[in-house]
Design a protein around this ligand. Sequence first.
Ligand SMILES: [Zn+2]
Length: 289
Amino acid sequence: MEFNTAYETANTNSFSKYARRLKEPVREADAKGPEAILPPYFACGGVDDPWWERSKLLYAETCAAARETALPCYRVVCAVDSSVLDSLISELARPERIVLWASGLDEHNVEPAKLVAYRDAIVNAAAQGHAPFGLYGGFFSVLLGTFGLRGSSHGVGFSEHRAWEELPSAGAAPARYYLRRAHRYVMQDLAQQLHEASPDLTSCPCPHCNDRAPFELDYHELMKHSVWCRAEEIAVWAAMDTATAADALQNEFQALTIEINQAQGIAPATKKKARRSIEHLPRWVAALS
Ligand SMILES: [Zn+2]
């Protein structure tokens, strides 16, 4: 509570670093207090996990301490696996605004069953009157808007997924290019090779790309491009009927596969990498269906 409410701007070193990158001054007068408190929590393996009781105790104690500040507290429900998230949420006594974290749920690499478990936990949470928000999430989380997910934090300078054991090594994401048609980040050199083989593979109408190749974007422009793409995804896909979304992803997967296979002047190893970078699309279709 003290960290959240007594935070001061005396040490601005970390702010200055970002201000230099953005070429903007640090305006201390514009500093705002927090909108809400996220009480401490533990990653839990189920309702019988002793850490779940401790998480609930920390939540209750933080709410009690926050009462005089009038700041709301949002519970973080952190499951060591998406398969136990539903049981944790279902144990809550009354509807809440909750923040969900399914540890290690890498949307692009997990099997469809883990995505289905996450989807079902959100469906049930919404049915129980909760307002669920994802602590991490990428494009698959955008698709879950139709299922009741109210929003998620996503990859501008940090990962779209995280495993709780890895927290000490958390840091800034490397320079990556958001491959708009595949709804994922790829390494910038792969994006550049795809662009050289067929500009259609990396085509983007955003004002930051401005018809330039992936290699021509600097770190900040890569981020702006990815934010623009995510905003477009939310506008187009967040409320889309599930069958329509599944069809559209399946069609794009087939079109990308043909384009990658037919691309000229591209090494077999690069084609293999490119094919691997779209393998999540049929898994997402399976999870939606
Ligand atoms: Zn762009």
